[in-house]
Unconditional design. Structure first.
Ligand code: SAH
Length: 359
């Protein structure tokens, strides 16, 4: 570790200082500093994104995930585009402006189906931000989805350790995930990634490397959640690490990426009843209430003990108001583009590429 930090001190001295502070600080000191940095950039606001889990078919068998292909106990569903649009409409009518559509890696959900969803949403909500989270797809698909109007994409790298990554993801290498992230950036998406904390085989060194990878990728959004063993997966008997690991990881990423949007994840709220509040106090500035229709909500179980399975999306909104108040923050329902993304857009507008302007 010391050698890694020495090398880092030469290439990115600020990151090296932050990691040293992280290693030398108890959790309350770390959290206090991350909260200070978060409020300095993002104020007291917490952006709200409506989450629609629309498809639990998956061609992959990641060993951590409850909806892995090889789990025969899952009742599979695939919402029709029109159902997805109606679900988003309810959220829009309740005042939400940004929506995350998440599903398994399912080639049967075609680009044409996504186009139908996006056209449907923009017909009544032209200003909505639509975020996709549907795994690795071809560069061509990513371009088509961006052109169809999706503006953000979430694809966690899950762990930055190449050996652990390959083991957990059924042989798919980390480099493939990283290439997909580069493809997403090239397609013009606001890009989010992130990782789970507390995976079996994960060391403190890997946790630090995870956070540093988020910084070197220059992410606009970073999702961090505790790993929660699912009984129907090969990792079902793994040790459950305490929430504190996710709290420390969130604080470290906030310090390394002050401008990123960081959600207080549902997994954190599922592991600990105050998990999301703890992450918000440690620098998270986004919450994702679940809008998934009640008829299928229980079938999208990535991990056991998932919260809010019986509430309606609107119940969730009221509850989030209270939760953000507990940590002295306030709910905001705008699009909530990340400041890093907005700055890049402004930069692109003012500094025209010579290729666009041949003189
Ligand atoms: N198919 C998409 C979406 C994956 S689900 C994709 O491949 O990107 C969203 C996230 O849930 C995953 O990226 C993973 O980090 C998380 N997740 C999966 N299983 C989990 C578990 N057992 N505990 C905690 N988080 C889990």
């Amino acid at each position: 570790m010391e050698e890694v930090l020495e090398a880092l001190a030469r290439t990115d001295p600020e990151a090296a200082r932050i990691v040293e502070f992280y290693r030398g600080s108890d959790t309350s000191t770390l959290v206090r500093e991350a909260d200070r940095v978060c409020r300095g950039v993002h104020g007291d606001g917490v952006w709200i994104r409506g989450l629609v889990e629309f498809d639990n078919h998956c061609q992959r068998s990641c060993s951590y995930c409850g909806i892995r292909k090889d789990n025969a106990n899952v009742r599979r569903f695939r919402l029709e585009p029109a159902q997805v649009v109606e679900t988003v409409r309810e959220g829009w009518n309740a005042g939400l402006k940004s929506f995350v559509l998440q599903g398994g890696e399912d080639p049967a959900y075609s680009v044409a189906m996504f186009r139908e969803i996006l056209d449907g949403i923009f017909s009544f909500a032209p200003a909505a931000a639509v975020v996709l989270s549907v795994g690795i797809r071809s560069k061509r698909d990513y371009k088509a989805l961006r052109e169809a109007g999706a503006s953000r994409y979430l694809l966690r790298f899950e762990t930055s350790d190449p050996v652990l990554h390959r083991l957990l993801r059924g042989g798919i290498p980390l480099s493939r995930r990283l290439r997909a992230l580069a493809d997403l950036r090239e397609a013009g998406f606001e890009v989010g990634s992130g990782y789970m904390v507390g995976l079996p085989g994960e060391t403190e060194q890997i946790r630090i490397a995870n956070a540093l990878l988020c910084r070197s990728l220059g992410l606009d959004m970073v999702g961090i959640g505790p790993f929660i063993p699912h009984p129907d997966t090969p990792l079902g008997n793994s040790f459950q690490e305490p929430i504190e690991l996710a709290v420390r990881a969130t604080a470290l990423v906030r310090l390394l990426l002050p401008q990123a949007n960081i959600p207080a994840t549902t997994a954190a709220g599922s592991l600990h009843k105050a998990g999301r509040e703890k992450l918000m106090a440690a620098g998270a500035n986004v919450l994702m209430p679940n809008l998934t229709p009640g008829s299928v909500r229980k079938d999208y179980l990535l991990y056991p003990g998932k919260i809010c399975l019986d509430e309606s999306g609107l119940d969730c909104l009221r509850c989030l108001d209270v939760r953000t108040g507990l940590v002295n923050k306030v709910v905001r329902t705008g699009r909530g583009d990340s400041p890093s993304w907005t700055a890049r857009q402004e930069g692109a507008k003012t500094s025209k590429s010579p290729l666009e302007n041949p003189s």
